[in-house]
Design a protein around this ligand. Structure first.
Ligand code: AMP
Ligand code: MG
Length: 476
């Protein structure tokens, strides 16, 4: 075991009422399919051999100074607006916690598909291999596009045959380990509210502040609870804006899938938008489009209102309300910031950026263009006018609908992070991960156990990430 890993058992400080110690399934096979080496380095685990890796992330041998037994976390949640008190970690658990060596952040190693728990209800506690591959692709894309997201840390195929309604069955199985900035959800608060457990609610708020919002720790008690709500609302607003700017539809924005750190996580039936379309819905079972692309901001505001309700017994409505109301202005500001940043521009202040935002969505609404292509073509603003002429949708950049957006772009200069000289921006098409691309990666795995398409896609996503990220480092 490398010396660098610094483990933690912080979550256990909440006390035994927050979780159930569980045992992982004993899988017939453990075949390593993905290991996230950059994040292993950040966690001090990069020197693990593949065998040691499988022992920890497929067999769940404890990591040093972390939990001796995994913890299935207790929570409730609103699922598609119906309150469900019977959920909780039904196919996952908190395996370990540890500190990030770069920024000191406390991070969780959580699982998906690691076996049944007291919260599995009728489920098998398993994850399909395709589901695991989908989560690896979602997190890689989102991280490269600058969205605050959990990371896929490890994917191991487990050799079982699973039966699922939404995949040709039997289908292959896997266990995923994700690295998250907390697994505390709005549903964790809702459970305590339903139980009228105010003592544990206060303890949970203090825990969240100590580990995730330490800047609030010195406030007097009466201010701490509302300030916590305001900080969560601000972070949730930021990630919501990042989804919109990335053209991402999470698909299942239930309150148990809403992390109090404002980190996006738990990727089931997600999609990226092919073309701009506020009604675009990811999950086939979301028949009313509740979690459609354009409804994600309203949904997150609704989820935050549920968190605010939980905090009323510890505070007052009049103290909480203004903090909850931070969501919409924070979302507007973060959306303008995200669009300006994705276009590789220097901000010109709130008013001009707000006008650019309006013109951008005016054009989107009128022409329904290929979504990612617009950011790619207009990277650096007017500086890319020649590049944009070579775009597969160049015809959309001359019509009347484009004129307002073009006029709004005109005052903008490329930021130092526009990075237009990067090889990535010399292509005609951006990297995307639309459903057909994902199915084209999966088919050879299913048919011939051929993983080369996944490797190639992940390599290409890294190129895109570098085109954005290297530049961000330069800008700092
Ligand atoms: P999700 O929609 O993935 O966030 O899951 C919602 C709830 O259903 C959580 O409590 C999960 O643990 C549980 N769940 C989902 N799939 C399974 C499964 N195959 N076996 C047991 N529980 C599951
Ligand atoms: Mg979930």
């Amino acid at each position: 075991m490398p010396q660098k890993f610094s483990g933690s058992t912080a979550h256990a400080n909440l006390g035994p009422d927050f979780f159930d110690p569980v045992t992982a399934a004993d899988f017939p096979k453990t075949i390593l399919r993905y290991r996230n080496q950059p994040w292993a380095e950040r966690m001090g685990l990069e020197t693990l051999s593949d065998e040691e890796w499988i022992n920890h992330f497929g067999r769940f041998a404890p990591l040093p100074d972390s939990f001796q037994k995994p913890l299935a976390l207790r929570y409730h949640g609103h699922q598609f607006r119906s309150y469900n008190p019977d959920i909780g970690d039904g196919r996952g658990f908190l395996f370990a916690q540890g500190f990030d060596h770069i920024d000191g952040t406390l991070r969780d190693f959580g699982t998906k598909g690691s076996g049944t728990t007291p919260w599995s209800r009728g489920g098998d506690g398993r994850l399909t291999l395709k589901g695991g591959v989908r989560e690896v692709l979602a997190t890689s894309m989102l991280e490269a596009l600058g969205v605050e997201t959990s990371k896929s840390f490890s994917l191991i195929e487990t050799g079982e045959a699973l039966f699922r309604g939404d995949e040709p069955s039997p289908t292959r199985s896997s266990v995923l380990v994700r690295l998250s900035h907390s697994h505390i959800r709005i549903g964790t608060f809702q459970r305590l509210d339903m139980l009228d457990d105010h003592a544990n609610m206060a303890r949970l708020v203090d825990h969240c502040i100590a580990h995730y919002y330490p800047q609030l720790a010195d406030l007097p008690r009466a201010e701490r609870v509302p300030a916590f709500l305001g900080a969560v609302a601000t972070n949730v607003a930021r990630v919501t804006a990042q989804w919109i700017a990335a053209g991402f539809v999470h698909g299942v924005l239930n309150t148990d899938n809403t992390n109090i750190t404002g980190e996006s996580f738990d990727y089931g039936p997600w999609r990226f938008l092919p073309r701009y379309d506020p009604q675009f819905t990811a999950a086939y079972f979301d028949e009313n489009g509740l979690y459609a692309f354009g409804r994600q901001p309203d949904t997150m505001a609704w989820n935050l209102t549920r968190l605010a309700e939980c905090l009323v017994p510890l505070s007052t409505v009049s103290a909480l309300e203004p903090e909850l109301n931070r969501f919409w202005p924070a979302f507007q500001a973060a959306l303008a910031g995200s669009i300006v940043s994705r276009l590789g521009l220097i901000s010109r202040g709130a008013e001009a950026d707000g006008a650019l935002l309006a013109a951008f969505f005016g054009f989107m609404q009128a022409e329904k263009p290929l979504y990612e292509q617009v950011f790619f073509d207009w990277r650096g603003g007017p500086a890319s006018a020649e590049r944009a002429k070579g775009s597969p949708q160049a015809d959309l950049y001359s019509g009347a609908a484009f004129a307002d957006f073009s006029a709004a772009l005109n005052g903008y200069e490329p930021s130092i992070s526009a990075n237009l000289d990067h090889a990535y921006f010399k292509r005609t098409h951006p990297r995307t991960m639309l459903i057909e691309e994902l199915e084209a990666i999966w088919a050879p795995i299913a048919e011939n156990d051929d993983w080369s398409g996944l490797d190639a896609a992940l390599g290409d996503i890294d190129v895109m990430g570098a085109a954005y990220r290297e530049a961000i480092f330069t800008a700092n």
